[in-house]
Design a protein. Structure first.
Length: 84
């Protein structure tokens, strides 16, 4: 059974793949980087809601690579570490 979270993950994954490609080509501007981070964030939240903690952790770690000072994401990662 496909849930709304599964659909969101599928769509966000497609967007993330595009941004990954653009990132490797070094052609992301500030707006694209923000959209990339938001896509990772919402996919991570979707994974959390499906109890797929290791997948969520990877997405939130990528966000911290982009923005190491993101306090909210740091807290989410600490919370995830208690679950896995």
């Amino acid at each position: 059974m496909t849930t709304e979270y599964d659909k969101a993950i599928k769509n966000l994954t497609q967007a993330i793949e595009v941004f990954d490609t653009l990132s490797k080509l070094s052609i992301l501007g500030d707006d694209e980087i923000r959209t990339f981070s938001n896509s990772l964030y919402y996919r991570g939240i979707s994974y959390l809601n499906l109890h797929k903690y290791s997948f969520a952790k990877k997405d939130f770690e990528k966000i911290l690579n982009i923005n190491p000072s993101d306090v909210e994401v740091r807290q989410i990662l600490m919370d995830i570490s208690k679950l896995i």
